[in-house]
Design a protein around this ligand. Sequence first.
Ligand SMILES: [Zn+2]
Length: 367
Amino acid sequence: MNIVIKFIYLLFHISILLIFNSFLKYSFADNINIYSYEKGNFIRLLLSNKKNFLSNSFILDDPPRLVVDINNIDSFSKNNFNNKLIKKIRASKTNDKARIVFDLKLPIKNFKKTIITGKDDNYTLLIDLNLLSDQGDFSNNYNKNIIVIDAGHGGPDPGAVRNNIKEKDLTLSAAKLLEKELLKKNFKVYLTRNSDRYIKLRNRVKYARNKSADLFISIHADSTLNKKTNGTSIYSLSEKASDKLSQALADRDNKSDLIAGLDLDDLDKGVSDILIDLSRRETKNSSINFAELFISYLGKQKFNLLRRPHRQAGFAVLKAPDVPSVLIEMGFMSNNSDLKKLTNPEFQKILMINVANIIEKYFLSIK
Ligand SMILES: [Zn+2]
């Protein structure tokens, strides 16, 4: 991943008029729009049309390039060419077949193609390319990732309170401990708050998105009427809330800030829906993967976990469409044994050392 993790988006819009061949019996795919965005050494290309089109795509080495052949196309579009990983795009046509060649600046590590049929018959060929970095793959350093840590509550909102102990203070000290551990591992770390102040939930999410975070971790301490309930747990966004969110995003009029760096206003509705859906799904899966890693790791360290420790809910702070997000409940303030641990700086420190190790493991696993 890149130091500055951000999506570079562009809409190719050259009109290459291909000679209309009246002998063709096939229906034409008319204009194919090509969209592209980059993140680190990753390129995603979308070739989209209102109708189904026949295509074949493959990669070639020396020099590295992606070739896409499309049958019976009138024209395709590109504009504003400033993609960092694509050197050049070439197009040619023989008979009824158009060939588009993307010359790449770096060798290809892997290549994946998927066909997506969206709403209103919108047809999209999705191509993902992972390139090797120029200093070899190992320089692609995981610890350049950006983590936003969110200490729950703050200011006039104390969170749970017991025996004069306030959740907002426990979350802040834990957040600072986690920051320290992550800095030791050379991560880039931001805290939504580092003092006793209140921040609206949606602004915490906004902050993570503005920082182009690769991971958002909200820290809390739980409380419940049943004083026996105890143990650490983790939340990711529920399926239902995630679906609803996709829908809300897709329906919203002004989508320009939806997916970092992507100006979705310029896109066809069908294509922007696909992009939103993809981003939402990938974010959700990453959040789930993180939560599962968290549970298995702490389980191996014999940490006391809540029964069914990975839970899903519609928490507002988990709703960034493009930042994997989890909420950690360190333990229950309503449980005597947990409260004793939570107020013990040594316990907090050990827990946060483990969380930092899990974060490191997580980024290594998705490299
Ligand atoms: Zn809380």
